[in-house]
Write a protein that binds this ligand. Structure first.
Ligand code: GBH
Length: 456
């Protein structure tokens, strides 16, 4: 029997997001998103890079689907751009924007690839930022739900796997808090911690209303998921003491207590509420019910974790600082902590009390310092990273946690937000001067994993 074998129905896939790959930012009626404005502002994105052209996927989607066929994936996660569908954020639907996704979806279907669509991956329409400060206002949740209805009623015959929102922390806290560096669009610094949490509260409302809108508009039976970048605490040792400490820390680490807790349990974590004190966002009657919609599965974007152990202090735990020289990939936060995949999944079951909820790893991957040498990219560091993480995912599945699939981030190098094109997360190399696609060594390795349905 070969080792690290996944269940027969395990879903293998690759992921991308609209603003990071599409380009064609002014074509067919698309209007700016906050990322267009932000990246056009000097000093906001490394090297002044923008998503104006990106990977030119808008024009190259057919050959990109060929690439997926070559890879052998049967599942593809991508996102739909709100500013293409409703360019002013609210009001008129732009059918030319819809048509692009129809073409993409028809071609995917011909290739036998199941689409997983994220309805929002950070590209808020600039018009709504100008009108009412986008996520600072409750109105954003309503407009988002109308946008969702517009998409699902038009594309719902072609897609049945939906994700409402990608990583609430990243476009709210990183978009509005002065504490996040580098900031994300819109880069507006609100004055108080409460106002920052208010933006993520509005995003949660959008998720809840979005779930309802998808189910109401879909012409076929469909599934709905939320995608969160849970911040994962990992026990230094798997002793009862360190495991307990890790679970305790999980409640307030990152935005867990105010994002995944309300979405899955219907309440902000009590430990977070206590920590925030007067800075708790305004929560109106009924909000928590709206937010706590039934979802069919949880999408889990996971890249790293923090080692935690029991401590004799007021909190009862402490995080271990990593020594200089600790192995890390090509981002300041990409410390190699492969057990994050196992513990993240186990936290959903045990710490959040949802052992029933199917989980799909909707993103895992890394930026590496890829070099093109004689037409080849030999990214053995990425293979090392992915192999270790997949083994941790395998452990979760083999212990019976409901892990259903894994999507690598990313199918190809792309616009890495505040880091522009300087950071490469793809298993396919993009030569941006020519837009040539060059599969890396990790591409061949990943193809072998899914061909054998195990970690190779
Ligand atoms: C994902 O975000 C995104 O969905 C995707 O678009 C992106 O390209 C990809 O990952 C790679 O970055 O507070 O300093 O510890 C994950 C981004 C990474 C953002 C970890 C928050 C924590 C930074 N997240 N990060 S820190």
């Amino acid at each position: 029997m070969s080792s690290y074998q996944f269940p027969d129905d395990f879903l293998w896939g690759a992921a991308t997001a609209a603003y990071q790959i599409e380009g064609a930012a002014t074509e067919d009626g698309r209007k700016p998103s906050v990322w267009d404005t932000f990246s056009a502002t000097p000093g906001k994105v490394l090297n002044g890079d923008t998503g104006m052209t990106a990977c030119d996927h808008y024009h190259r989607y057919e050959s990109d689907i060929e690439l997926m066929v070559q890879l052998g994936i049967k599942n593809y996660r991508f996102s739909i751009a709100w500013p293409r569908i409703i360019p002013d954020g609210r009001g008129q639907v732009n059918e030319a924007g819809i048509d692009f996704y129809k073409r993409l979806l028809d071609r995917l279907q011909e290739a036998g690839i199941t689409p997983y669509a994220t309805l929002f991956h950070w590209d808020s329409p600039q018009a709504l930022e100008d009108l009412y400060g986008s996520w600072r206002s409750r109105e954003m949740a309503r407009d988002y739900a109308d946008y969702v209805t517009a998409v699902v009623s038009r594309l719902g015959d072609r897609i049945s796997q939906w994700m409402t929102i990608n990583e609430i922390f990243c476009f709210t806290h990183m978009g509005y808090s002065a504490e996040e560096d580098p900031p994300h669009a819109p880069g507006t610094r609100v004055k108080t911690v409460k106002e920052v949490w208010q933006t993520s509260h509005h995003a949660l409302l959008a998720h809840g209303l979005g779930c309802q809108a998808i189910r109401a508009a879909s012409p076929v039976p469909c599934t709905v998921g939320l995608v969160d970048n849970i911040s994962v605490t990992v026990p230094l040792m798997e002793t009862p003491g360190d495991i307990e400490a890790t679970k305790k820390a999980f409640h307030t680490y990152g935005t867990n207590g105010g994002v995944i807790f309300p979405a899955l349990t219907g309440n902000y974590s009590p430990a977070l509420l206590e920590k925030l004190g007067s800075q708790v966002p305004d929560i109106q009657p009924g909000d928590l019910e709206t937010i706590h919609q039934p979802i069919d599965w949880l999408g889990f974007n996971i890249y790293s974790g923090v080692y935690t152990r029991a401590a004799d202090n007021a909190e009862g735990y402490e995080f271990l600082p990593l020594p200089p020289g600790y192995p890390r990939l090509h981002m300041p936060w990409l410390n190699i902590v492969p057990e994050c995949l196992y513990w993240g999944i186990r936290h959903v079951s045990e710490t959040l009390g949802r052992p029933d909820l199917p989980i799909i790893v909707t993103e895992n991957g890394c930026a590496a310092q890829d070099r093109l040498v004689d037409g080849e990219v030999m990214d053995s560091d990425r293979i090392l990273y992915l192999r270790q993480h997949l083994k941790a995912a395998h452990r979760a599945a083999s212990e019976g946690y409901p892990l259903k699939g894994y999507f690598v981030w990313s199918l190809m190098d792309n616009f890495e937000w505040a880091w522009g094109y300087d950071r490469r997360f793809g298993i396919t190399y993009i030569d941006y001067a020519t837009q040539q696609r060059i599969p890396k060594a990790s591409f061949a390795w990943y193809r072998e994993c899914l061909r054998q349905n195990r970690v190779v």
